[in-house]
Design a protein around this ligand. Structure first.
Ligand code: MN
Length: 254
């Protein structure tokens, strides 16, 4: 079997939006390492940008690993360490202080991906023209949908759409969810904060991704569309495309 090498291209955008004064979202793009992330500091909480910034800073410091397992382990450790630091920090602050952030991370290693998350920042995969959400929100809305108390169709109109049930920095023990699988050539991954998905539905996102000529164009259009819809929240995302190297290119390189 021929070995297919993958190369990645990524673009990212982060914008304060049209209503908020502070951008508490942070994005990370370390394409050479195969590591990308979006963190959304929790609005309404004190120092949300501190929490999202700490997550990204910790991921910036990760060294290359020689196995996918070690890589994933390391990323999980780093986020758990930030969680402990934030929880300890909050304890030293005024009672009731929470310094939290959502996180969604994508790792690529040896032709496989792993997506880790906590909260309602999402990961999507566009493959063969079809967009699938590869994360599951840790939110009140998602829990109500899962329990059958709320129809998915009614979810956008549901008032407490911003209430999340899991985040980094909120509880002593943090469970990060994980979704993983093989990467195929032309796969496009999207990591985003809820400032994007709160303004554009999955069909709208898929339409932009499937009709843009480049990742840059897709990113520009996603941001423009979000702003045109009112951008009530900070909006941040990373688009990552996997390109399969051509066999003849590999031949020449060898
Ligand atoms: Mn948000």
């Amino acid at each position: 079997m021929k070995r297919r090498d993958l190369a990645f291209v990524a673009v990212e955008r982060t914008h304060v939006g049209r209503v908020r004064k502070l951008n508490e979202d942070r994005v990370l793009s370390r394409t050479a390492l195969g590591l990308w992330a979006v963190a959304d500091g929790m609005g309404g909480h004190q120092r949300g940008d501190l929490a999202s910034g700490m997550i990204v800073d910790a991921l910036v410091a990760i060294d290359p690993m020689d196995s996918g397992f070690a890589f994933l382990d390391n990323v999980q450790d780093v986020i758990q360490r930030v969680n402990r630091t934030l929880v300890a920090h909050a304890r030293l602050s005024a009672p009731g202080t929470v310094i939290g952030s959502t996180v969604v991370v994508l790792l690529a290693f040896g032709g496989h991906y792993a997506c880790l998350w906590a909260g309602d920042s999402r990961g999507y995969l566009l493959r063969g023209g079809r967009l699938d959400q590869i994360t599951r929100d840790h939110s009140m809305v998602q829990e109500l949908i899962d329990s059958g108390a709320l129809n998915r169709a009614d979810a956008p109109a549901f008032g407490r759409s911003n209430v999340i049930t899991r985040a980094v920095g909120v509880q002593e023990s943090l469970a990060l969810d994980l979704h993983s699988g093989p990467i195929e050539g032309d796969d496009i991954f999207l990591l985003c904060s809820d400032g994007l998905t709160g303004m554009i539905d999955d069909h709208g996102i898929a339409d932009v991704l499937t009709t843009s000529q480049s990742l840059d164009e897709a990113a520009d259009r996603l941001l423009e569309l979000t702003l045109a819809h009112g951008a009530k929240d900070n909006v941040s995302f990373v688009l990552i495309r996997a390109d399969a190297a051509q066999d003849d290119t590999l031949q020449r390189l060898r």
